[in-house]
Design a protein around this ligand. Structure first.
Ligand code: CO
Ligand code: ZN
Length: 337
């Protein structure tokens, strides 16, 4: 088992749908605590870890690296008289990913998502799905869960042929990258370095903006996953594949990345020999956009881990891309920004 897979498994085991990040925040804080001078939680639930620069305070730059720690999930909206739970998605869930998938609630209650048979299968909407927790009736169900309770995927993971497959690679693998960079930081640093594990990215980048507003970084880099173009018969060609190296984001639906951040990552690639790919994502957005527009504006870029089947319970990425992302980011942070 690789170090990356071990770390991913620790992070993926923690509960953390958007808005309910307590579990994953505690897990990350317990790993990161000793490496930073200050570890705080802000009003939206983002974890802000600061390593102070050694130098004259006025001249010190503030560099912010972020990864969102929340995952998409489910919220119970209604329990019917037979004990079946209706739910709303929290963040982007695709109904095709949900049929007969298992879920778990914060209190340990398990369930399986199923669907009404009356509508034609191809016409199924999210409203036609329900969660079965094996309750005989409404009363029994209500002893286990309540409307307003959150659930996440409950799915196994494996490592094979240098690939990792499992739930929540988006974005626990980004958190893993930051935790790997953290261990490579020297004793003293010349910039104020902030590692921010943000809340509520999956519901529209809600946590990153306030965190950036408070920090007022000189510049920022967000770490997240991105789609790949290496699957059969895809809609758009995309120059990004598993194992091709981390991807430097050029743009997505929400952001045009700062050229200086792109150059810094490219320069680090030349120095380290870490191969990079270039990400131009037609749909989707990341914290990058929220940080870029916070305060009077922040030069912001992003580094992405190519990942297949994003937001499904079986996402897949390459271990090497994760290791290389950590190496590239460390070099960028310490030498080329
Ligand atoms: Co996502
Ligand atoms: Zn993400």
């Amino acid at each position: 088992m690789s170090k990356v897979f071990e770390l991913y498994k620790t992070l993926a085991a923690a509960f953390g749908p958007s808005g309910r990040e307590d579990g994953i925040r505690e897990t990350i804080a317990s790993i990161a605590g000793n490496y930073f001078d200050e570890v705080t939680t802000d009003a939206l639930g983002s974890l802000i870890c600061r390593k102070k620069a050694v130098g004259v305070p006025e001249n010190v730059r503030k560099i912010m690296l972020t990864a969102h720690m929340d995952t998409p999930g489910f919220v119970v909206t209604y329990i019917d008289e037979h004990g079946f739970l209706r739910f709303a998605p929290v963040g982007g869930l695709f109904r095709g990913d949900l049929i007969h998938v298992q879920v778990r609630f914060a209190n340990g209650t398990r369930g399986v998502v199923s669907y009404e048979e009356k509508p034609d299968f191809k016409d199924l909407q999210m409203n036609n799905l329900f969660i079965d927790i094996g309750a005989a009736n409404k009363k029994e169900a209500e002893r286990m869960v309540k409307p307003g309770d959150f659930a996440v995927f409950d799915a196994p993971s494996f490592e094979q042929n240098g690939m990792i497959c499992g739930p929540f690679l988006d974005n626990r693998i980004g958190c893993a990258v930051l935790l790997m960079v953290m261990t490579k930081l020297p004793e003293t640093v010349k910039d104020d370095i902030y590692f921010v594990f943000t809340a509520q990215e999956e519901v529209g980048m809600r946590g990153a903006g306030p965190a950036a507003f408070a920090i007022e970084p000189t510049m920022a880099i967000a770490i997240d996953v991105t789609d790949t173009g290496d699957l059969p018969e895809q809609k758009y060609p995309m120059d990004c594949r598993l194992g091709g190296g981390p991807a430097v984001k050029i743009m997505d639906h929400s952001v045009l990345c700062a050229p200086r951040i792109r150059s810094a990552l490219e320069e680090a690639s030349l120095i380290t020999g870490v191969p990079i790919q270039h990400e131009i994502l037609r749909d989707g957005g990341t914290d990058t956009a929220a940080i870029q527009r916070s305060g009077s504006g922040v030069p912001t870029g992003a580094l992405s881990i190519p990942t297949r089947y994003v937001h499904s319970p079986s996402e897949m990425c390459a271990v090497r891309d994760v290791e290389q992302a950590a190496a590239l980011l460390t070099r960028t942070l310490l030498h080329t920004l």
